[in-house]
Design a protein around this ligand. Structure first.
Ligand code: GUN
Length: 294
C-alpha cells in the first residue's frame, strides 16, 4: 500500500511556484496578491484563512485580509467584492465559504471578476471547465488531479467513483476526470444514491468528498483500489490539547490495508488545495499583467 503524500507533492509545486514568483516579481516589480474575505468567525474557516495567509507570506505574495462581521449585509459584501475587482493591486479574490445563511453566496460569487476568480467558482469558470476550455478550476479538484499525476496513477478507462456532488469538489472533479486526455469513466454518488456500496465496490479510484467523518469503510472498497480522501472533519477528542482531531471521510485504519494507494488526513489532499490556490493566484497575476501590456 502506497501513501499518497500531499506534503511531498506540494513541495514540488511550491518549488516551481517559488521560481515563477521570483521571475514574476523581477519582471513586473510587484508581487502576485490575493485578497481573502472572511465573513464571521467560524473556527474551521478562520483556520483555512490563516493557512492561506501563511502560504502567501512564504511565497512572497501580497495578501489582503478582509475579516467582516457576520452582520454584514448582502449589498455591503457585494460592494466589497466590486471594490476588489476594481483594485489593480489585487489579482485573486477569494470569499471563504460557507457564508452565513442570510447571505446569497451565488450572487457574491457572480460578482467576482472571472479574471480574478482563483477559486474557480464563477459560473463562467465552471462552464468553461465543463466544455474543456482553459480556465480557473476549483483548488481541491486541481489538487486531487495533481496528486494523481505526481504518482502517475492512470485515469484513462478507469472507473472513478466520487461520493459527493458539491459545486466545490464533486462536480468540478467529475468534469476534470471525464475530460479528453484524462478519459476516466466517472460515477457521481450522493446522499440519495441507491445501494452506494454496490457502486463504490466497482471503483478503481474511489474519491470520498461528502464531509461525513469515517464514512467509507472496508466493505465499500474493492481490493487494490486507489482511495482519495477529500474530507477534513473535526471530531471531539478530549485527549488532544485542541479538544478535537482531524479525520477524513474514510476510515483510514480499516481501509488502507485493502488499497493499492491512499491519501492520509491530514497531510493529503488538504495541503494540495492551498498549493493550487497559490498556483491559481500566480496565474491570475500573470494573465492580468499580460493583458495590461497588450
Ligand atoms: N470552503 C471550503 N473550501 C473552500 C474553497 O476552496 N474556497 C472557498 N472560498 N471556500 C471554501
Amino acid at each position: 500500500m502506497h501513501i499518497l503524500s500531499g506534503k511531498e507533492v506540494s513541495k514540488a509545486v511550491y518549488a516551481d511556484l517559488h521560481a515563477r514568483t521570483a521571475s514574476f516579481i523581477k519582471t513586473y516589480g510587484y508581487a502576485p496578491t490575493l485578497a481573502v474575505v472572511l465573513v464571521g468567525s467560524d473556527p474551521a474557516s478562520q483556520s483555512y484563512v490563516r493557512s492561506k495567509k501563511k502560504a502567501c507570506i512564504e511565497l512572497g505574495f501580497g495578501h489582503q485580509d478582509y475579516v467582516v462581521p457576520e452582520t454584514i449585509t448582502q449589498l455591503e459584501l457585494v460592494n466589497l467584492v466590486k471594490r476588489l475587482n476594481q483594485d489593480s493591486s489585487v489579482h485573486g479574490i477569494l470569499v471563504q465559504m460557507p457564508l452565513p445563511s442570510h447571505l446569497d453566496s451565488n450572487e457574491v460569487i457572480e460578482t467576482i471578476d472571472p479574471h480574478k476568480d482563483v477559486d474557480g467558482f464563477h459560473p463562467i469558470s465552471v462552464g468553461k471547465l465543463l466544455i474543456g476550455l482553459p480556465t480557473f478550476v476549483s483548488c481541491t479538484p486541481l489538487g486531487v488531479v495533481a496528486m494523481l499525476d505526481h504518482y502517475q496513477i492512470e485515469t484513462a478507462s478507469k472507473h472513478v467513483v466520487i461520493i459527493g456532488r458539491s459545486n466545490i469538489v464533486g462536480k468540478p472533479l467529475a468534469a476534470l476526470l471525464m475530460q479528453k486526455g484524462r478519459d476516466a469513466t466517472v460515477t457521481v454518488c450522493h446522499s440519495r444514491t441507491r445501494d452506494l456500496s454496490s457502486l463504490t465496490l466497482t471503483a478503481d479510484i474511489l474519491i470520498a468528498a461528502m464531509g461525513k467523518p469515517l464514512f467509507v469503510t472496508p466493505s465499500m472498497v474493492k481490493e487494490g483500489a486507489v482511495v482519495i480522501d477529500v474530507g477534513i472533519n473535526r471530531i471531539e477528542d478530549p485527549s488532544d490539547p485542541r479538544g478535537y482531531r482531524l479525520v477524513g471521510d474514510v476510515d483510514y485504519a480499516g481501509v488502507s490495508p485493502h488499497c493499492s494507494a491512499i491519501t492520509p488526513v491530514p497531510g493529503g489532499v488538504g495541503v494540495m488545495t492551498i498549493a493550487m490556490l497559490m498556483k491559481n493566484t500566480l496565474q491570475a497575476a500573470e494573465q492580468l499583467a499580460d493583458k495590461d501590456t497588450l
